[in-house]
Design a protein around this ligand. Structure first.
Ligand code: ADP
Ligand code: MG
Ligand code: ZN
Length: 492
């Protein structure tokens, strides 16, 4: 650890659940609509309006919990969290407090230290305790326009107010910024995989807060924590944590004291800045939401959600390693998203060569897809066509080198492997009849060499191969040529 210091990090993730409508009313959750277009008395917080729980939000909350290996409480209770802010018209947020949707879970992630160039070298399993996963509504958004102090206006957009969120809180179990990084990526992938959330940090439908403190190695109690916000990507979060660790250690070593506060990450300046002090503890005056029944989730409901979920990424990675004999790193890459894993399995099946399909997918096709910013389900090359390409190479129709050009053209034109091979006249001739004819011609036109060969000058074999290849304009399958030539030369 950094010269006698230990770092302690706990993470809070807010993930927007991918429902079409809000959690307590029927308003649309569509992103980017006219400000305040998607509002009604419930999400505007008008007096007398009553919330009705959206069943789909519960289902997606359950998918989120199950994707992280969490147990769902049979009964959970919505509670009012009271605070005042312009984007919160009711003056309280409906959340969950002492009886959350899920609590006391444990998640195994894979994590690795990084070398100077940021490469992971040694993936190890690590257990993270999940304090809770609860359901709540999102607040609206304040929008500021104009120049400060001259012509500044603030607006309130309540389209986001009432959007369903799952908040996932961990125990302070992380000791490095990379562990936190690997955890957030794990959660993002799991939520996307099961369709619980788009989990896109840039769009703000996955938001992450990092709580960071430091203490002298061996100290019994935790240091004062600082909460980091405005982390718009997982990488920004990792950098913000690193900055914060340095700042806190330097501060204490210089005789100072860390104050409990919320700080914002400024990526341009590469530093965190104070947003507000947290010294005076908030009193949210939580109490059970009187307008909603306790949420009861039966074991049958959970079972039906579980049955409708795809095989989870970790299981799938394990299966890829066993069934297709892939390395950990290949299997991890190919399970980075569900569409890619599905693509791979179809390509592997149709190629008849699972390792070959993995190699072509990860080193060639994925490069094209990433460059085009497309996910595997939008690939212009269908999985069966990647399979056909691998098969054509394995059967010796074309060389691996030609395969690369063929794939680039398949990607650009959307044509199938065999059509591109045919159109370009690339197919190697493997038809024995055709090759036999060429061999007969070559032998007939080189009687002197034939005589020398039969007299024992075996090095002439290469000469005959060369002649046949030349006569076929390079298209004859070299293996077939070799086999047939050997046969013919040894006939007397
Ligand atoms: P608050 O009441 O300030 O929100 P919580 O106890 O709810 O604090 O914890 C919020 C998050 O901070 C959790 O993820 C928790 O693991 C983490 N946390 C708590 N104490 C520390 C600490 N000393 N250092 C780092 N993280 C901490
Ligand atoms: Mg908290
Ligand atoms: Zn509404």
């Amino acid at each position: 650890m950094k010269n006698g210091w230990e770092v302690v990090i706990g993470l809070e993730i807010h993930a927007q659940l991918s429902t079409e409508s809000k959690i307590f009313c029927g308003c649309s959750t569509r992103f980017g609509d006219e400000p305040n277009a998607n509002t009604c008395p419930v999400c505007l917080g008008l007096p007398g309006a009553l919330p009705v729980l959206n069943r789909r939000a519960v289902e997606l909350g359950a998918r989120a919990a199950l994707s992280l290996g969490l147990h769902v409480n049979e009964t959970s209770i919505f509670a009012r969290k009271n605070y005042f802010y312009p984007d919160l018209p009711k003056g309280y947020q409906i959340s969950q407090f002492d009886r959350p949707f899920s609590e006391r879970g444990e998640l195994e992630i894979m994590t690795s230290a990084r070398d100077e160039s940021g490469h992971a070298r040694d993936w190890q399993p690590m257990k993270i305790r999940i304090t809770r996963l609860h359901l709540e509504e999102d607040a609206g958004k304040n929008v500021h326009e104009g120049l400060p102090e001259t012509d500044r206006y603030s607006y309130i957009d309540l389209n986001r107010a009432g959007t369903p969120l799952a908040e996932i809180v961990t125990e302070p179990d992380f000791r490095t910024s990379w562990e936190a990084y690997d955890y957030v990526n794990h959660v993002r992938r799991a939520l996307q995989w099961v369709g619980a959330s788009d989990a896109d940090m840039e769009k703000g439908n996955l938001r992450c807060e990092a709580n960071v403190s430091v203490r002298r190695a061996g100290a019994e109690t935790f240091g004062t924590k600082v909460e980091l916000k405005n982390l718009n990507s997982v990488r920004f979060m990792q950098r913000a944590i690193e900055f914060e660790i340095e700042r806190q250690i330097n501060l204490i070593e210089a005789g100072g004291r860390v104050s409990q506060e919320t700080r914002l990450w400024d990526d341009r300046a590469n530093e965190t800045r104070v947003m507000r002090s947290k010294e005076e503890a908030h009193d949210y005056r939580y109490f059970p939401e009187p307008d909603l029944q306790p949420l009861v989730v039966t074991p049958e409901f959970i079972e039906s959600v579980r049955r409708s979920m795809p095989e989870l990424p970790e299981e799938r990675r394990r299966r890829f390693m066993e069934q297709y004999e892939l390395s950990f790193s290949d299997a991890s890459l190919l399970t980075r998203e569900l569409a890619l894993a599905d693509f791979y399995e179809r390509a592997a099946k149709s190629s008849g060569n699972a390792r070959g399909a993995a190699n072509w997918l990860k080193s060639e096709l994925l490069r094209e897809l990433d460059a085009a910013g497309r996910s595997a389900d939008l690939s212009p090359v269908a999985p069966e066509e990647l399979g056909a390409l691998v098969r054509a190479i394995d059967e010796g129709k074309i060389s691996g080198k030609q395969g690369k050009d063929v794939l680039v053209e398949m990607f650009a034109s959307g044509k199938g492997a065999l059509s591109v091979i045919e159109e370009r006249g690339l197919a190697q001739v493997s038809d024995t009849g055709e090759i036999e004819k060429i061999i007969a011609d070559v032998l007939a036109s080189s009687p002197a060499q034939l005589e020398q060969y039969r007299a024992g000058k075996e090095t002439l074999f290469g000469f005959f191969v060369g002649q046949v290849m030349k006569a076929s304009k390079g298209k004859a399958n070299p293996k077939v040529v070799n086999d047939l030539l050997r046969e013919k030369l040894h006939e007397s």
